[in-house]
Design a protein around this ligand. Structure first.
Ligand code: KG4
Ligand code: ZN
Length: 337
């Protein structure tokens, strides 16, 4: 079965066609991504109104490009899956309305997809043998959460950030030290050149048995450290700061994930979300999973960020479960939809 996936929750407009078969076959036929990063870079972050407008300009072209690249006609599709929540409301509405019209006009089943479940589904496309149950760690610009995934569509959040997400924490401090938006990948590289632990920062892992995080403290501590040096007219040791900041964030995420794996007696971990591209996080999780005898399923970097193939994959399983939407489907900014 061919599924058209559509994604417009933040700053990438994406459309993809994937093929999923009853016997577990999973194949990406096309995955077109139009990034708005260059536009938002001017402002140092995503401007919601501009994002919505840029999605409108791109959505039709990107969708037809995805179909053409895949060599699939609309009549060959089995379903249309679209990110309906969470995300920027004005951005989500563009994809949802386009997908609704396309599905309605062509008599195709429509599926609304949770963006976070989409990130996790990227791992299905990269690992043919992966099946639930497993534990999932989603680290993105909007989420830092640990889930018990009992079935393809059945997620329970068992740990989460109580304030900012890890990606947001990287972007914020990266911006302050002069890296272009989004700063995550540049912080990753800069951290490789510095000495971890040379700048003292608090841990984002909350104390005790909880699996929750809080990134606001480390963000504020890093800002105070930078401001203190700037006020004294001293230079900020950018690489050492990036290395220390990254090490604190990575070790907190790894510690809580290990705790979750033990509590759940889980033998498989799926890593997902834009921050899953972080080389330091990937290495630390590989080491921890090897030590704990847990299989790590991390998608390639190309499937970590926002893309529509992952939305189509999650949509396939929602479709199989009978979770179909109709023309009343609405977008929602919240996690619950
Ligand atoms: O999943 P994603 O594409 O969008 C959301 O759903 O939020 O994640 C984007 C986030 C941004 O904060 C970006 O800076 C971060 O992922 N990111 C990274 C890396 N590559 C992207 N953070 C740390 N290290 C990276 N290599
Ligand atoms: Zn995302």
């Amino acid at each position: 079965m061919y599924i058209l996936g559509m994604e417009s929750s933040c700053d990438e407009t994406s459309a993809a066609v994937i093929e999923m078969t009853e016997d577990g076959g999973r194949r990406i036929c096309s995955n077109i991504i139009a990034s708005q990063i260059e536009i938002h870079r001017l402002y140092g972050g995503v401007v919601p109104e501009i994002a919505g407008r840029a999605h409108i300009e791109a959505v039709s072209r990107i969708t037809y490009e995805a179909l053409e690249t895949a060599g699939i006609a609309l009549s060959e599709l089995g379903a249309v899956a679209v990110t309906s929540h969470p995300g920027l409301i004005g951005a989500l509405l563009v994809g949802v309305n386009f997908a609704k019209s396309l599905a309605f006009a062509n008599g195709l089943p429509l599926v609304g997809v949770n963006h976070v479940k989409g990130h996790v589904a990227a791992a299905y496309l990269a690992h043919a043998e992966l099946r639930p149950p497993f534990t999932a760690l989603v680290v993105s610009g909007g989420h830092t959460s640990i889930y018990r995934v009992s079935d393809y569509t059945d997620f329970k959040e068992i740990g989460a950030t109580r304030d900012d997400a890890a990606g947001e924490a990287f972007d914020k401090i990266g911006r302050v030290i002069g890296l272009p938006y989004p700063a995550g990948a540049a912080m990753d590289k800069l951290a490789t050149e510095g000495k971890a632990g040379s700048v003292v920062l608090p841990s984002p892992a909350l104390a005790g048995d909880t699996l929750d995080f809080s990134f606001s403290g480390i963000k504020t501590a890093a800002l105070n450290y930078i401001n203190g040096l700037v006020q004294k007219g001293e230079e900020v040791p950018r690489a050492d700061l990036a290395a220390s900041y990254t090490e604190r964030i990575v070790s907190a995420i790894v510690a809580k994930t290990e705790k979750a794996l033990r509590a759940e007696d889980s033998k498989a971990l799926v890593l997902a979300g834009g921050v899953a591209a972080n080389s330091h996080l990937r290495r630390a999780l590989e080491e921890m999973c090897a030590r704990c005898g847990v299989g790590l399923f991390a998608p390639p970097i190309s499937l970590c960020g926002d893309n529509a193939a992952m939305i189509a994959a999650a949509g396939y399983y929602e479709y199989k479960k009978g979770n179909l939407a109709d023309t009343s489907l609405n977008a929602s900014a919240s996690d619950e939809g």
